[in-house]
Design a protein around this ligand. Structure first.
Ligand code: F0G
Length: 455
């Protein structure tokens, strides 16, 4: 195969700390078998998340020096506003400290308690804010998304029949908005096709429903459209992204992913009334409407990063590196979500540990084992992440996954080989791996802070 070399060179390095197996056993015990509670210094290769972990470019670091730190009316705000308008096509932007800040605002603005919000699979913070605002979330993703081995080029697509059925059931006026994520994190970083976005738009137009996007990984989605959807092979990703977003009324953005920054987010929209409401709320929860909880330098870095993330060469390498890791695991016979998604390789913990029932938290246990094996930090995306229902039962998601999330522009393919070797070593001793039980369960977003012990 063709060598997938980096389209950048290294200008600054950050030394990593190597640990012994005994040190890692102690570290995971101290962390309550929750990889979120490990210390960064104890993680040799940190694949916990692709969020806020990108390496910034020289252009971004220089832009930070130009940050305008005025409390109001900063030039840095205008730079972000103009970049969003130019690259995403939205006339109005309201910055927030990160994606969930934008999710909080839009949920409060658009949801009347008792209403419904369909989405192409849930995301943890997104659904939490929708429920906090009094809505019920409905998953309208295609069935294939819930099957780790189902091959589909656009496994993130909205199931149009499920959407229509929900509209018939509750009535269009009881749907606050539809939230379409591009790509779909919890499904494995799976993309949505342009055709599907257009079709959802038509249904929304027919029923007067607002169409919002969780555009957190929109650049990666654009790359998949370029590679997989007829008619887009010769279209630059930046142009594809703009066409995708042209169908939406607005978006929430976690700049920590496809704006290549360590912190930041925003809401963008076409409707000035929504902007006015967002500005009323943002001053309460985040900061002045021209900084939204960020420093001027953060706005500058985001304005530069959002264009860099749409570069075709960058995206080909980025997605290629994730695929490289995935293919090494597939060659070893390890069950992973297929096709390989945009930001991570997801191990299918049900198939990896078939002897561990879901109530014994197989993905949580597998993530802890991978850490002990190698110092590679992964994340549970299964029953622990799915939380409890309103009546207090565990949600039992079909997908019980461990996510190996690749930070952008940070690790080399040699690091990917270390990760693959570690997962293969755990695979070889999988029969001896046991489940876990909760010793402390936090009431909200429990995956972040809960503690576990081996059964
Ligand atoms: N939407 C999606 C699809 C996300 O993946 C995230 C964050 C958010 C919204 C919230 O953004 O973190 O800036 O507040 N995902 C991170 C992850 C936490 O590791 O998957 P945020």
């Amino acid at each position: 195969s063709v060598v997938n070399a980096e389209p950048y060179r290294i200008k600054m390095v950050e030394p990593l700390h190597m640990t012994t197996r005994a040190e890692r056993e102690e570290a995971i015990r101290a962390a309550g078998h929750n990889t979120f509670l490990l210390k960064s210094k104890d993680c040799y290769i940190d694949l916990l998340t692709d969020s806020g972990t990108s390496a910034m470019s020289d252009a971004q670091w220089s832009a930070m020096m130009l940050g305008d730190e005025a409390y109001a009316g900063a030039r840095s705000f205008d730079n972000l506003w103009n970049a969003v308008e130019e690259f995403y096509g939205f006339p109005y932007t309201c910055p927030t400290h990160q994606g969930r800040g934008a999710e909080h605002l839009i949920s409060q603005i658009l949801i009347t308690p008792g209403q419904h919000v369909p989405g192409n699979m849930y995301f943890t913070t997104t659904r939490a804010h929708q429920e906090l605002a009094g809505a019920t979330f409905h998953d309208v993703i295609i069935d294939e998304a819930h099957d780790p081995s189902a091959i589909h080029p656009f496994k993130g697509n909205v199931d149009l029949d499920k959407l229509r059925a929900l509209i018939d059931e509750v009535g269009a006026d009881q749907i606050a908005y539809i939230n379409v994520a591009v790509t779909v994190n919890m499904a494995g970083g799976q993309p949505v096709s342009m055709a599907n976005i257009r079709a959802v738009r038509e249904i929304c137009d027919e029923h007067g429903i607002i169409m919002w996007s969780d555009a957190t990984r929109l650049a990666e989605n654009a790359y998949f459209i370029q590679q997989r959807e007829e008619g887009y092979a010769d279209t630059p990703c930046a142009q594809i992204a703009k066409e995708m977003l042209s169908h939406f009324d607005g978006l929430t953005m976690s700049g920590k992913k496809d704006c290549l920054v360590n912190i930041g987010g925003f809401l963008a929209m076409r409707d000035e009334d929504i902007l006015i409401k967002a500005r009323e709320l943002v001053v309460l929860y985040e900061g002045m409407p021209t900084y939204g909880g960020l420093a001027g330098r953060d706005l500058e870095a985001m304005a530069v990063g959002l264009r860099e993330a749409l570069d075709d060469d960058y995206l080909a390498h980025r997605i290629g590196q994730v695929r490289y890791l995935g293919e090494r695991l597939i060659e070893a016979g390890i069950p992973v979500v297929q096709p390989i998604g945009g930001h991570a390789v997801f191990l299918d913990a049900r198939a990896f540990l078939p002897h561990v029932p879901q109530d014994e938290l197989p993905a949580q246990s597998l993530a802890a084992e991978i850490y002990v094996e190698s110092g590679v930090r992964a994340m549970e995306r299964g029953i622990v992440s799915a939380g409890r229902t309103k009546t207090g039962e565990h949600n039992h998601p079909k997908l019980e996954l461990v996510r190996l999330t690749i930070p952008r522009r940070v690790y080399t393919n040699a690091h990917m080989d270390v990760v693959a070797d570690a997962v293969i070593a755990v695979w070889q001793r999988r029969a001896s791996i046991r489940g876990l039980r909760f010793v402390y369960e936090s009431p909200t977003l429990r995956f972040f802070t809960s503690r576990f012990e081996p059964l």
